[in-house]
Design a protein around this ligand. Sequence first.
Ligand SMILES: Cc1cc2nc3c(=O)[nH]c(=O)nc-3n(C[C@H](O)[C@H](O)[C@H](O)COP(=O)(O)O)c2cc1C
Length: 145
Amino acid sequence: MPAMGSMSCKIAIVYHSAGGNTKALAEALAALLPEAFLYRMNEFDLRTLPDYDALIVGTYTWGNGELPAKSAAFYKELEQLPIARLKTGVFGTGETNYNHFCGAVDHFRDMLFAKSQLLVTLKIEQMYQESDLHRLQKFASLFQN
Ligand SMILES: Cc1cc2nc3c(=O)[nH]c(=O)nc-3n(C[C@H](O)[C@H](O)[C@H](O)COP(=O)(O)O)c2cc1C
């Protein structure tokens, strides 16, 4: 392997968004992690996961605190893979007027805590705001070493 100029880890940010809230959050996170690779969930090939040191998953929540279908399919595939070495994080958007705010984040959190090196989770109310920046910066900083 050729020597790389940077020691930073290779990061994939993989998100699923229907209305754009989670997409905006994923893009704000990618702006803080300029070396990360940003993918829509249906564009990311999980067979390439061994190329990455870190995987950051983003999803909105559907139903009653549930994963939307695409996120559920991704979850089921991911939990079968050997990801014990992988650094992971989960972010999501939801609405606090539902009983289980960002329940989909909790589902990924529980699985990734058990199976991988989960570093952090983040839940954002609907559209990402400037006032959320400090929390997002803290999230991003954990993947910068
Ligand atoms: C039918 C329906 C069910 C939802 N259920 C939940 C829920 O259980 N918990 C929650 O936090 N948000 C829930 N939401 C809110 C969405 O997760 C929220 O609007 C999110 O920001 C949408 O993300 P997106 O714009 O990336 O698609 C629901 C929205 C809809 C339309």
